[in-house]
Design a protein around this ligand. Structure first.
Ligand code: F0G
Length: 478
């Protein structure tokens, strides 16, 4: 127990946030077994490609991207054992043995009565909210992820974020910046009436807040409050393993615990979970909803049959269920998590040394550049995050996503206002890139940083009425 922490080079110990080292090399705890070639392109080619897609990186062909940091969702590498398990998949419409294997693996970590497979995380959200919520209800969370919020609002309910104050400040230092403000939770429930709060949620790690972890102590307190009102408490669990690793490193009570013990303890305080298995469970597709309540599970299963499929496959093939059964166990390997968090923080530390402004402390799955601070000459309504995204692509073929005014600035009445922050997210796919790839990313960003004053703002020439970041078109401002 705990041995892996100091075994090689690590650790991202709290308040010691330089990657402290025995060896500087990040040790990827796997051999590469099958390779996917990366097509190298010239800067001239990339300038042409990005112009052709009107400066929107979502519209680029993936083959024209050298290092793709758009998301860590579904983009990881599966292991040899996952590929082997795929051959074991049974595609029976009902009662597939692959479902039994999947269910047993999920329940080995998450001890809930009902395990309902779905094609991805947002499908689990949709069937949960579709059956549990009605118009005017409230769901409180630390920070609802976009799809979670959208699915709550779709049924006419209100999604309210109650993260602690530090969680809203990009430079505030706190070991568990994803924690929920428990005093605010209690008064919010009192204010709207517990009868109007069918669910309390918490997202671990808190993606929208920068991939920040939540402590077990906080989960315990939130659970106590929810249960005191008889409200089911549900964890949005996509990055449960990364969260548990942060708990081990930063929460005194758990420094000797195994990751498995931390996972079990965390989830023992909840009444269910939604999962995007495209993150920590190492799937390229998949998700699940887990619940203890027969009533909630019945309602969700009825919707599942309507929109996803029979309850023993959800929206998945039997082979997908088999791959996830293996992946969910691989996710809790301490050597893997050590590498995962250390390599993310290695990127953060290097950019910090160069002077690139970043959201701190670094989260688990991504590093966020504060583009507004890096490019103070580009006002928010000229989209500094997007300008930086385009510059990283042109410079080195790196694709990252703007999380700022392009994504959040569009108002319901058609007007536009600056988002709270203009960030660029560098999300790291699991087990996909090596330290040399990350060194390349650092070099490219250093070059862009050195000539940051030359970067120009953008204007939007086309935008759809909603979710404009996916398809908007841009031009440079002269
Ligand atoms: N919850 C969280 C915290 C997420 O980060 C995501 C997806 C979802 C739910 C939805 O899961 O994509 O399987 O339907 N996040 C991805 C991202 C898309 O890039 O951060 P999904």
């Amino acid at each position: 127990m705990g041995s892996a922490v100091n075994k090689y080079w690590i650790a991202t110990r709290w308040q010691d946030s330089i990657v402290c080292v025995t060896y500087k090399t990040i040790f990827e705890p796997f051999r590469i077994h099958s390779v996917e070639p990366i097509r190298l392109t010239t800067k001239e080619e990339r300038q042409r490609y990005i112009k052709e897609v009107r400066l929107n990186v979502f519209s680029l062909a993936a083959k024209d991207v050298i290092i793709d940091l758009l998301t860590d969702s579904g983009t990881g590498a599966m292991s040899r054992d996952q590929w082997a398990a795929i051959q074991h998949g049974d595609e029976s419409y009902a009662g597939s043995p692959s479902f039994a294997i999947f269910k047993e693996a999920v329940q080995s970590l998450f001890d809930y009565k009902h395990i309902i497979p779905t094609h991805q995380g947002r499908a689990a959200e949709k069937i949960l909210f579709g059956s549990a919520l009605k118009t005017g209800d409230y769901v409180f969370s630390n920070t609802h992820f976009d799809t979670t919020r959208a699915n709550i609002e779709y049924v006419g309910a209100n999604a309210v974020d109650l993260v602690i104050a530090e969680g809203r400040d990009p430079s505030a230092i706190h070991p568990f910046k994803g924690n929920m403000d428990v005093a605010a939770l209690r008064s919010a429930i009192e204010e709207v009436g517990p009868e109007n709060v069918p669910l309390v949620m918490i997202t671990i790690t808190n993606n929208s807040g920068g991939g920040q972890p939540v402590s077990v102590a906080n989960v315990r307190e939130v659970s106590k409050i929810a249960r005191s009102y008889g409200i089911p408490f549900i964890i949005d669990a996509c990055r449960f393993a990364e969260n548990s690793y942060f708990v081990k490193i930063r929460e005194e009570e758990f420094k000797e615990a195994s990751i498995e013990e931390i996972v079990k303890e965390t989830f023992s305080y909840a009444d269910g979970m939604t999962m995007s298995a495209k993150k920590d469970p190492m799937g390229n597709i998949g998700g699940w909803l887990a619940l203890n309540s027969d009533k909630l599970a019945d309602g969700a299963r009825n919707l599942l049959i309507l929109t996803e499929g029979f309850p023993t496959y959800g929206g998945l093939a039997g082979r997908d269920l088999e791959a996830l059964a293996v992946g969910v166990r691989e996710a809790i390997s301490e050597d893997y998590l050590n590498y995962r968090i250390t390599s993310t923080h290695y990127l953060g530390e290097a950019l910090d040394e160069i002077g690139v402004p970043l959201v701190k402390p670094f989260g688990g799955h991504a590093i966020y550049i504060d583009a507004r601070a890096m490019l103070p000459h580009i006002p928010p309504l000229q989209y500094p995050g997007q300008a930086l995204a385009v510059a990283l692509y042109e410079e080195g073929g790196i694709r990252a996503s703007e999380i700022g005014t392009v994504m959040f600035g569009q108002q319901a009445d058609g007007s536009e206002k600056a988002a709270a922050m203009d960030l660029l997210r560098l999300a790291i796919p699991r087990r996909t890139y090596t330290q040399s790839h990350i060194d390349y990313v650092i070099e490219v960003i250093a070059n862009v940083h050195a000539r940051r004053e030359e970067l120009r703002g953008l204007k939007i020439t086309y935008a759809p009425p909603q979710l404009r970041h996916f398809t908007a078109e841009f031009e440079w401002i002269e």
